[in-house]
Design a protein around this ligand. Structure first.
Ligand code: PRE
Length: 364
């Protein structure tokens, strides 16, 4: 057992787990034939754990919400015929009970459920005394604390084989991805819980087949422990998520094309090169901070003048100019202008804070 949540690493989950862990299967189980054909195809590609949606939380009513419990005999048949394990999403104690009764090997909690602590607690209570791996998807909203809270609730119920699934976050404006990956959130998760397996779900992030390879590779580059990918033997005819499911053959090609990265290599030449570059990064960071400190000193000076002359802290025209020119300068310096915009939003917020302090100084 490792880390502050006392969970088992993937290799001790008692399953035949590949590295990276691959879980693939249909968004929803539809028919016995669809499940059989899909699992047959996936097994040929080396997949050992099948994901299968039995109950589907849909945003709008009167859409397909999963076939429900009639899927279990088909799942059982596929388990026996192809010697695979099955993972199913649960959203209520009734789902947990049904899944356990039907020999499901792994459970996962979906993004909408993770967002609701009452639901997570109900599921956790129903898992007391049970020894089954549970994977917890990030909540639909970008709230790391809520994600961690869900893990803690499941952990407090006595579950020790816990993993997290990064499936991206709901958004209003992102037209590229179905769910924005917001990589900084899983990175922060991994930093805080390095021993909890973290799996990426490129299907729900991308929403479109064509984007999946790029996101899956990014996840492996960031040292994720595995991938959960939707696959259907005939995606265009799928009853749900048709655009993001891959044919088993295409999943096989994708898996073959992905490059897995090592955490580190024990090579003295690499280690010394890395150390030398890291020292240069340290020096550069020190310079960046010295420059930032110089800028803040100037901002404070402006604040003093504003105070003497009774001028407002927030200067919209000047700020517009700063906000327009810095990304332009950034392009010339081969920097991403979007990154520089975000950086300057933070710098400006800090400037305003500093000058407000100057204004309020000696007032009391
Ligand atoms: O130019 C000013 O008036 C400043 O106080 C500097 C500064 C900045 O950080 O660049 C800070 C606050 C203003 O809203 C605009 C610009």
């Amino acid at each position: 057992m490792t880390n502050q949540l006392k969970t088992y690493p993937l290799k001790d989950w008692g399953l035949d787990i590949q590295n990276p862990l691959i879980i693939a299967g249909p968004c929803s189980v539809e028919t016995a034939e669809q499940l059989d054909k899909t699992v047959e195809g996936l097994v040929k590609q080396g997949v050992k754990i099948i994901r299968a949606g039995v109950w589907k939380p849909r945003t709008r009513p009167n859409t397909f919400e999963g076939v429900g419990s009639i899927a279990f005999p088909w799942i059982q048949e596929a388990k026996e015929k192809y010697k695979v394990k099955f993972a199913v999403e649960v959203a209520s104690p009734a789902h947990v009970e049904e899944a356990l009764k039907n020999n499901i090997d792994l459970l996962w909690i979906g993004a909408r459920s993770t967002a609701n602590p009452f639901t997570v607690q109900d599921i956790a209570d129903s898992l007391k005394g049970v020894d089954i791996p549970v994977l917890i998807k990030n909540p639909i909203n970008p709230d790391l604390a809520l994600w961690i809270g869900a893990l803690e609730r499941i952990h407090e119920a006595g579950i020790t084989k816990i993993g997290a699934i990064h499936r991206g976050f709901s958004n209003f404006n992102d037209t590229h991805f179905r769910n924005s990956p917001m990589w900084q959130i899983p990175i922060e998760f991994k930093t805080r819980f390095p021993d909890i397996p973290l799996i990426n779900d490129p299907s729900h992030i991308c929403g479109k087949r064509a984007l999946i390879p790029q996101v899956a590779q990014m996840a492996l580059d960031l040292n994720f422990d595995g991938l959960m990918i939707e696959s259907h033997f005939h995606p265009d005819a799928a009853w749900s998520d048709a655009e993001q499911q891959l044919r088993p053959e295409d999943l096989g090609l994708l898996l073959a094309s992905l490059k897995t990265r090592q955490v580190f290599v024990d090579d003295p030449a690499f280690a010394s090169q890395l150390q030398s570059i890291r020292e240069q990064i340290d020096d550069t960071d020190r310079e960046i901070l010295e420059l930032l400190s110089r800028r803040m000193g100037l901002v404070e000076k402006v604040g003093e003048y504003k105070k003497i002359n009774n001028v407002a802290v927030f200067q919209i025209e000047r700020w517009k100019k700063v906000f327009q020119t810095r990304p332009e300068w950034a392009i010339a310096l081969n920097l991403n202008p979007e990154f520089v915009k975000e950086l300057y939003k933070m710098i400006h917020t800090e400037s305003i804070k500093k000058q407000t302090e100057v204004m309020e100084r000696h007032l009391s």
